[in-house]
Structures are given as structure tokens and as C-alpha cells.
Write a protein that binds this ligand. Sequence first.
Ligand code: ADP
Ligand code: MG
Length: 220
Amino acid sequence: MSMLEATELYRFFHSGDDEVVALRGVGLTLDAREFTALRGPSGSGKSTLLACLAGIDEPDGGMVSVLGERMTRRPESARARLRARHLGILMQSGNLFDHLTVRANIHLQMVISGRARPDEIDSLLGSLDLSGLADVLPAHLSGGEAARAGLAAVLAAKPAILLCDEPTAEVDAATEQLIIDCLIENCRSGTAVLIVTHSPALAARADRIIDIRDGGIVHG
Ligand code: ADP
Ligand code: MG
């Protein structure tokens, strides 16, 4: 089943007389249990595409639907509700609330998604090698630990669709491997995963690779 569908997405940005076409007619579908890598040079439109798929940004043309429900051209409140219910969004950083411990961050995401299962927090922490860091504040985590904790917080909501923007760009090879394994395990258990990445290690594990150049898909 298709979890997310995007058709003919366009996004323009203007500064003065200049127009940047960040997306020019991008279409894609994300299926359950499918691990898709999105590659492209800097400025090719990857982050803009992710923001449009997540309903964080509104495309100037085209349509996004999530589990059959339209995301585009709806009030922010409706997009936020769809996002909270079905989507997990993992960024390079900023995935954690600074004033909450790792455990509290995970619990909060469970509550927001309506899937509060406090008994599952410890196994989630364990699966990302975070058991000893449950009561630590994000400021005291290393880069690799913060990346794993951010992933734990996103996974706590059990999203049907996971969108990740370069989740392993700033971590060492061992952490990258752990993150990839965790993403793939979630994917195999039913999640549709789309990852923006420059990592050959990550792309090598993908079911499908989409290449984007100048706002258009050239392959995939
Ligand atoms: P990528 O993530 O692949 O590096 P982006 O999606 O961030 O690329 O950007 C695609 C293009 O759109 C770039 O030319 C970028 O400068 C431009 N762009 C992105 N966001 C904005 C914005 N908010 N305002 C103006 N231009 C933007
Ligand atoms: Mg980007």
C-alpha cells in the first residue's frame, strides 16, 4: 500500500528579480516496508521536497497525500494533525527539546502521537544503545548520542512514514551503522522510510535510490 503520494510538486523562491525553482514537477510514492534514499548535490531541492512532503512547507503547485488524506492546501492545523498522526521527521540536529531528558523527550513524542506506552521506553533506549543516558539532558550528549536519541524520540511516535534529512551526516561510522540498522528494522516492520543522504553506506542498503538535480528527479 502507498503510504505517501506526491504529484507534480513545484516550489518557487524569489529574491528581488531572481527566481529559484526549488522543485519542478516532482512526483513520488512511498510504500510501506520500502527504504528509499534521496540523493542530490547541495541546493538541488532535497530539503524543500522533504518539507513539502511533511506539510511543513506548502508547495506552489502539486499535491501531497498521506495515507490517502490530502496534506496540501489545508489549514496548518489540519497539516499538523496529519503530521503528528502519521509522520516522523528526523533532521540533522534539533530533534530533541533541550530542557527535557532523553527519557522525557521520548515520552513526550509518545504523548503527542497519542501512543503513550511508557513500558516501551526502556526497550527503545536499549535498541539504540542509550540505556545509560535516559536521564541526561541533550546538552550533555555527544554528537553521536544526540543523533541516536533524536532517532529514538522520532521512533517513539511509531510513525507510518519516516522522513530523514541527512541523519548520519555528522556521526562516526559505528553510530551511522547503528542508525541504519535501526531504520531498516523499522522499515521491515512496516514503516515507509525516505532518507536524504550523501552516505554511500546508507544508499547501499536502500531498496530504491532517487536522484534529484535542480529540483527535478533524474532517476528513481
Ligand atoms: P538541498 O537540501 O538539496 O541542499 P534546498 O531544498 O535546501 O536544497 O534548496 C533548493 C534551492 O532552493 C536552493 O537554490 C536554495 O537556495 C533555495 N531555497 C531553499 N529554501 C529557500 C528559502 N526559504 N528562500 C529562498 N530560497 C530557498
Ligand atoms: Mg538540505
